[in-house]
Write a protein of this length. Sequence first.
Length: 276
Amino acid sequence: MSEYQIVEHENETLLRDGTIKLHGPQAFEGMRKAGRLAAMILDEIAPLVQPGVTTASIDDKVRELTLEGGAVPATLGYRGYAHSSCISINHVVCHGIPSEKTFKDGDIVNIDVTPLLDGWHGDSSRMYLVGDVPLKARRLVDVTHECLMIGIAQAKPGNRVGDIGAAIQAYAESNRYGVVREFCGHGVGRLFHDAPEVVHAGRAGTGPLLRPGMFFTIEPMINLGKPPVKLLSDGWTAVTRDKSFSAQFEHSIGITEDGCEIFTLSPKGLHKPPYA
């Protein structure tokens, strides 16, 4: 069986069967709309991330904005998950569960949203700074965004998936940060999680060949300390083993004939904090 599957009809039922889907213009348009909605949601919640605000209230706002945009939160009910977003604070690497926990001055926060709009998943996450954040943590956030964009620069036809991870790893480690291996980017589109897996560390020149029509996320998780993480007893929340701060940014992209298109760019230019 071929490693790639050309999607002839964008409304056909697709299976997660290990093949890498190659999409046409109609799919690109669907992903643009879903990605734009995800970015708009992350824009709108920026002024709400303040000391004393609960993560549950942010999740409620994400759900409200998603429904107003004509979509549904893809995470709601996904493998039993009961919320519309993931909200990860400080040493939480990913999949933090919204609750009555409040933001505190000095926190760094990742908020991850995925509106499902007309069958397409707009998957994106962004970091937020709460109050007066120490320079060391702000630097981590800045470098993590730079890692994302360095990885995206490698996303072009003729390169391989490993080129993305190798570039991210080299830059992160040059700043003495750890790169999480346990979680990775993934194929996206009509399916929430699909092939290929995009690990944010590795060897250049390895992995699947990048071809026009591929959709996937790049979402590096970078730790202030060492790379290892552990999963908490709730089955979702992943934290750094050494309790160091962690940061993450995520974009959904599509490979084009001469590079890639980022579907989840901020309409307001709020790509990374501070969001004045």
